[in-house]
Write a protein that binds this ligand. Sequence first.
Ligand code: PBG
Length: 327
Amino acid sequence: MSLSLPIRPRRNRQSAAIRDLVRETEIGPGHLIYPLFLQEGDVIEPIASMPGCQRWTIEGLVKEAGEAHALGIPAVVLFPRIADDLKTPGAEECFNPDGLVPRAIKALKAAHPTLMVITDVALDPYNSDGHDGLVSEDGRILNDETVDVLCEQALCHARAGADIVAPSDMMDGRVAALREALDDEDFSGVSIMSYAAKYASAYYGPFRGALESAPKSGDKKTYQMDPANAREALREAMLDEAEGADILMVKPAGPYLDIISHLRGSTTLPIAAYQVSGEYLMIKSAAAAGWVDEEKIVYESLIGIRRAGADMILTYFAKDFAKRAKG
Ligand code: PBG
């Protein structure tokens, strides 16, 4: 017996063809940014805390980035593991023109001119204290002094050919300072992707293992945001927009979909979301145990981030996803 039901939403789901026609959100390799780790020397090293990821040599990085780009990924973002003997309280290695990152940028741009190279701007890989900013004798993170060093770091990346600098440090006023420093040196074409709403998150644990960059003492709660706060994310985002950011980022992504959605409704700027190392590891480890289907979970996690309003996603799954998208 049929119910008298004029409205039946299932009609729009009854075949693959109609589901294709009514699908509201798309995700493809062109939406993805591929984060890559690198280290000095000629050994490519698997990262124990992030199965499936490695610390690349510059040569390996160029090859991996080239393969990703050939699969349709427009951009990579670089994270260096800096040797312990180069880490100092002043993090001076972060603006060494012959340092690992500037050499990697040059090699990438020479080999793949159409690939965008994004660099992380923050002091933690270079700082013997493991913090994103400079640390005072009494353990405070020094805001304004840090911003000066971040400007040096960003200029070093721009001189080497970086397309986008991505400040992940959460110091106040850094977007305006970076914009001014870049423009003063005629780098008005270099974009700023600001980590506008970056939360103090346990989801970064595996990443800090990859770079051996965990803070030596204390935590990052005086600069990264409290996971309990949403309005504050809007405040940070509006400030970064006013200071000249080109793209705003929310990080982590999956547990903060409401923040992505909130920002989407409040700004006309493009929004990036970072599916961070802990989100990656949770999927990887559950899939390795045979408990979830990796391919389907990855798709669902990424489409969810897009549906919330992210234009682009930084994800360690980028290359695998692009390979599958290609068939
Ligand atoms: C540091 C930085 C971090 C990440 C990107 N840049 C770690 C942190 O803030 O402690 C985390 C990325 C990830 O977990 O995948 N400036």
